[in-house]
Every structure is written in structure tokens, then in C-alpha cells.
Write a protein that binds this ligand. Structure first.
Ligand code: GTR
Length: 323
């Protein structure tokens, strides 16, 4: 089942105990039994309980409502109210979100947590909410590495001339071009077929997505470049949020924290499971020779991003000042 119906009789559009009832519609690209799916479902179930049914929702999994680009617009015009968005493709609609799409911006996943769980995370959510979307918490998506069906990527020069699928965001086109490769932006659900038919030679993602989408069947070299650490968010529509009472907002913030903790726990288990599944299926993992060779190639990507969105310069400084 791709759709998870969370709420019960409260779905009827009625005035509930004297307060308006909010029936939220939610978007998620992943299917069931995936960390973010379980965490979003649990959030909405608990939201309904702690608000005595004033907030209830239906989560649509597997991207059935459209791509993330579509879903961002849907949230902005008010047809969805909550989502598990990757901050990756978000930069197209919200330039400030590109901060987390800069390759090697975080030292590691723990550093990303330290940055986003503190004031910087609030600053980013405030910037996003000017575009109608805010984050109640930051989910994990590990680190992304390159995979392809031709050879292990060991040095930046191995990317030269190869065609890589990237998420829909021009910044990633620059990232692949800085390594001498060709980038094809494409929605998540088109990647398997494109790898299989040779439209692209490779792609990049974290091990759970590489495994859950079966990309490993058609691209068996996974090279641990860890070039992107992109958080995902428990995002809600600013408009829907502002319609809630401050008591309900406080209660939902508590539930969002619990949902994030749950997702991060599930994520670290899933990373290990996914790795073992793909290894058993014959995937070859390799370390890259020198990470700094990849990161120093990214200077033009940073320069272009700052030129287009000057506030990124101060964001970068803040992130680099956090240990
Ligand atoms: C996954 C992420 C998705 C989507 C996807 C992609 O890791 O969880 O939201 O962004 O990558 O590559 O499009």
C-alpha cells in the first residue's frame, strides 16, 4: 500500500471541540519500511493524539503526488501541509537551502547534526519560511557517494567524460562539471531505468536509497566519496502552521523532536543493513584515494553559489566556525 491513512473518524471536516480541525495532506518520496516514512507516520499519529484530533493527516508515500519539485510548489500553494523533503532539490525554489548542497560543507554527519540542531538550523528554517515552508526538525540522510557500472571512482579524473544523474538543482550540474563529467538532472523515480538503459553511466546517493531503489542491480561500483551530506526535513507549510494555536504548535514541536530521534536511530541501522544487502549482491565498495582532491575541485561550485546567493558566504562562515 503506497498511501498511509493515519487519521480516523477525525478526517471529517468538522469543528472539533470548538476548534477548527486541520486535515493535513503529506508528501513523501520513499515507500513503506524506510526510516523517514516510519518517522513521518509516527509524527502524524502522535500529532493527532496530542492535539485531541485538531491536527490529523494522510501521508502519501512513494512520490504518488509528484516529484519533490512539484511537492514544494504544492506546499507553497496550500495543497499539501507536511512533507519529508530532501534539502537537495529545494535550492531551486529556496536559494538559501543550497547551503547544505555545497559539497563537503560538513565534516561528517555528526557535524551536520551539531550545526542544524543549534541556532543555525532555526536560521535556515526561518529563511525557508519566507517561501512558505518551515522545518520542524532535521532528519538524517547520511552521506552521498558516486556509483556507476563501469569502474571504481578513485580519483577525480575517473569522473571525466562520464554521465551522472543528479538531483534537479543546477548546483549539482556544476559539481559534476567541476570533476570533468556530464550531469543529467532527473527526478528520483526515473533513475533506475536511466541507469539500466545507459541514459546515464552513474548516479550518487546514500546506501539506503541505492539499495531501496535497486540501483545496485544496475550500477555495481560504489565509491565512498561522501561528497554530499544533505539533511532532510520534517517540513510543514508556514500557513498551516500559523493557523494552529500556540499550545498545539508547542505540542507538535515536541512530537517533531521525537520523530527526528526515531528516524536517526532507524537510519543508522538501515545504513548497515543496506550495505550488507548490496555487498551480498556483489557490489564493490571502494575508498577514494584522496578526499581533498575532490573537495578542492569544488571551489568554482562555491564561488558560483555565493555569487548567486550572497548570504551563503555568511552561512558558510558560521558552519565552519562550529566544531
Ligand atoms: C534520497 C533522498 C530523496 C531524494 C533522492 C534523490 O537520498 O532521500 O529525498 O532526494 O535521494 O536522489 O533524488
Amino acid at each position: 500500500m503506497r498511501k498511509t491513512l493515519i487519521t480516523s473518524m477525525a478526517m471529517a471536516s468538522i469543528a472539533f471541540s470548538g476548534s477548527a480541525f486541520s486535515a493535513w495532506t503529506g508528501w513523501n518520496i520513499h515507500n513503506q519500511n524506510y526510516p523517514i516514512t516510519d518517522a513521518l507516520e509516527s509524527f502524524m499519529e502522535n500529532a493527532e493524539k496530542v492535539t485531541d484530533g485538531r491536527v490529523g493527516g494522510t501521508l502519501y508515500n512513494g512520490g504518488v503526488l509528484g516529484s519533490q519539485g512539484d511537492a514544494i510548489q504544492m506546499m507553497q500553494i496550500g495543497s499539501i501541509q507536511f512533507a519529508g523533503f530532501s534539502l537537495g532539490p529545494m535550492g531551486t525554489a529556496i536559494p538559501e537551502a543550497n547551503i547544505v548542497s555545497l559539497p563537503f560543507i560538513f565534516k561528517n554527519v555528526d557535524h551536520m547534526h551539531r550545526v542544524l540542531d543549534g541556532p543555525f538550523g532555526e536560521r535556515l528554517s526561518d529563511a525557508m519560511s519566507k517561501y512558505g515552508i518551515m522545518s520542524l526538525g532535521w532528519y538524517d540522510a547520511g552521506s552521498r557517494s558516486f556509483y556507476n557500472n563501469a569502474k571504481p571512482i578513485v580519483n577525480p579524473s575517473d569522473v571525466e567524460g562520464m554521465k551522472f544523474r543528479v538531483m534537479n538543482n543546477e548546483l549539482y550540474v556544476g559539481m559534476i562539471e567541476a570533476l570533468g563529467g556530464n550531469a543529467t538532472p532527473m527526478a528520483f523515480n526515473e533513475v533506475y531505468q536511466s541507469l539500466k538503459t545507459g541514459v546515464v553511466d552513474g548516479a550518487e546517493n546514500n546506501p539506503p536509497s541505492y539499495e531501496s531503489t535497486n540501483h545496485y542491480e544496475v550500477a555495481k561500483y560504489y565509491s565512498l566519496s561522501h561528497h554530499l551530506i544533505i539533511p532532510e526535513c520534517l517540513c510543514v507549510s508556514t500557513k498551516a502552521w500559523n493557523e494552529l494555536s500556540s499550545e498545539d504548535q508547542t505540542a507538535l514541536k515536541v512530537e517533531a523532536k521525537k520523530s527526528v530521534a526515531m528516524q536517526r536511530g532507524l537510519w543508522s541501522k538501515r545504513e548497515a543493513q543496506s550495505r550488507s544487502i548490496v555487498e551480498k549482491a556483489g557490489v564493490e565498495f571502494n575508498e577514494v584515494a584522496d578526499i581533498t582532491a575532490f573537495s578542492s575541485a569544488m571551489k568554482p561550485v562555491y564561488a558560483k553559489a555565493i555569487k548567486e546567493t550572497p548570504v551563503l558566504a555568511s552561512y558558510i562562515e558560521t558552519i565552519q566556525s562550529i566544531d
